[in-house]
Design a protein around this ligand. Structure first.
Ligand code: UDP
Length: 327
């Protein structure tokens, strides 16, 4: 299948592109390189384009005979979304609306969308099933939920077959640890701890130690980036028969910030300074996934569920490319 990968130069998108190639599909990366990198897109065709550019999208669909779209091109920082909500509504919502309009015009029905556990806000029940109530507590989660709803309404018209995949915490590096995280600025826990272990930052700050959790720090469900991508492939293959698919993707096991720090200490064999600071706005205390639905319907099975192995692959990536892709 010819698959347009919007945001295919980014962390998850580049892993997806590599996996699509390996599976015999023809990915075409569409990216404005505002966050992503050209280097990881080695084999795939590349279009330098913006999601707000309706005409460019239409031309790309036509030129490459696109049959399905996967969409990873979103802003992802909770804290930034709290400080600048409009930026999130504009990129994550409005630009996705433009993309869907262009798909509708071109008659492309297949769509796989990167959603997030942030749609659940502070859930009442964990692990979280797909049916948990959705009340986001930050603009990032709200912008993703708005897209999910838009896709739902559009699919009811018969003009869209979509899968919304709600990621818990994507981590690790794919393709033999050669496709890893290289965000600027970096805001995610595992790469930041690794930077501290590599001596690239003075310390790792724990955002909040007074949560109602076993050690007072936030609990998250870390999932290897390749396990996320394999669920996309499975969902893509079912779009013809199931026009509306929504799955929570995680391993189901929660790790506190302190446990993740300990895992990096064990894997790296290094010690570093840990500083306890106040809570980060917009952070729910516990997010863990019940992914029974993805396992049962898609037959999805994560290959690397162990935190230690996820951290190992991230450590390999960061130590082999200390300056990221620009190195
Ligand atoms: N976190 C932290 N220090 C950091 C970065 C993150 O304590 O320097 C915490 C953050 O508050 C959250 C968890 O680590 O509880 C995971 O944060 P991340 O930004 O990686 O992912 P999120 O869960 O926000 O998607």
């Amino acid at each position: 299948m010819n698959v347009l990968v919007c945001g295919g130069a980014g962390y998850i998108g580049s892993n997806m592109t590599a996996m699509l190639e390996a599976a015999g599909h023809t990915p075409v990366v569409y990216d404005n390189l505002s966050k992503g990198h050209r280097e990881p897109v080695k084999e795939a065709k590349f279009v330098y384009g913006d999601l707000s550019d309706y005409d460019c999208l239409l031309r790309t669909f036509k030129n490459f005979e696109i049959e399905a779209v996967m969409h990873f091109a979103a802003f992802i920082e909770v804290g930034e979304s709290v400080n600048d909500p409009l930026r999130y509504y504009e990129n994550n919502f409005s630009n996705t609306r433009t993309l869907l309009r262009a798909m509708e015009t071109a008659g492309i029905k297949k769509f796989v969308f990167s959603s997030t556990a942030a749609v659940f806000g502070t859930p009442e029940n964990t692990p979280i099933t797909e049916n948990e109530s959705k009340t986001p507590i930050n603009p990032y989660g709200e912008s993703k939920l708005a897209v999910e709803k838009m896709c739902g309404f559009l699919s009811q018209t018969g003009r869209l077959n979509y899968a919304a995949l709600r990621y818990f915490n994507a981590a690790g590096a794919g393709r033999g640890s050669t496709l890893g995280e290289d965000h600027c600025p970096e805001s995610h826990l595992i790469p930041l701890i690794i930077q501290a272990a590599m001596g690239k930052r003075d310390d790792i700050k724990i955002f909040g130690t007074d949560y109602e959790t076993k050690d007072g720090t936030c609990i998250r469900d870390y999932i290897h980036v390749e396990d996320l991508c394999s669920a996309h492939l499975l969902a893509l293959n079912r779009l013809d028969e199931t026009p509306e698919q929504i799955y929570n993707l995680g391993n189901g096991t929660g790790y506190s910030v302190r446990q993740v720090i300990d895992a990096v200490k064990r894997v790296s064999g290094r010690d570093f300074r840990v500083t306890e600071t106040s809570r980060r706005p917009g952070d729910p205390p516990v997010l863990t996934s019940d992914s029974t639905k993805a396992r049962e319907i898609l037959g999805w099975k994560p290959k690397t569920p162990q935190l230690e192995k996820i951290v190992e692959s991230a450590w390999k990536w960061h130590t082999s490319r200390p300056d990221g892709y620009k190195g």
